[in-house]
Design a protein. Sequence first.
Length: 297
Amino acid sequence: MSAQVRPSGEQWTLRSGGYAATVVSVGGGLRGLTYDGREVLLGYGDDEPAHAGIGQHLIPWPNRITDGKYTFQGADEQLYLTEPARQNAIHGLTRWANWERIDDGTDEAVVEVGHRLHGQPGYPHQLDLRIGYRLGDGLTVTATATNIGASDAPYGYGVHPYLSVGRAIDECVLEIAANDWLEVSPEQLTPIGLSPVKGSPYDFHTARQIGALDIDNAFTGLGGGSWSVTLTDPDTGNKSVLTSDTPWLQLYTGSAIGRTALAVEPMTCPPNAFITGQDLVVLKPGESHTTTFQVSV
């Protein structure tokens, strides 16, 4: 009789400089990140699957595609509706796929995983995917997609980590320098249009307490370079910081997990990019796209 398999698959642990992280084979995801034993990214148990998107990579599109329908280079496509309650295709195609470790395992601060995404209904393209995790002054995650098919492929990347300082986020202080937020419809969370952050409830240019504010929106106008989001415990001063250079990010105050952590999701494109083409990456055969984010204290 074969050994039982954990719900999140194989587990690989990285350690360096007080940091420890666990990477899993299901989705190539991140099951947790700690620093000196303190949770920096919300994790989940080794006896349970990922839930609420914790630590998952969103490939080949982040967020939602309304009705799962889009047209690319004259071809109409229909994706499976993986958010049936809202009639959306959500968060790509690789969250529950099996990824394999592809580094040699000799550096305890490094794990690299890979997955080959084959064409399927609604996405008839082939991609080779690699995600590298490296610990140093924090955790650096690098995601690369290469089009190994014969035709152009639409592509977007996102990731779903939850910043944590070990207490309810209502009591935490948030700082983020975004200029615009994306309003969405209440039913399908379909994009309606951008509005200025200034003067809105979502203005955190000056660090302030989150309180009871409910957020599940995309933000842009991030300065055209590297941006960061900082979550702080006002009593202990403990911080969790996520930095990236993507043109978009999604903030989610985590009602699905009891508002215990804040999802900060770097995204290369906004919701519905397969429909609108906004900031959509088009990979020609043989081309690659790489993006990186970092998490630290």
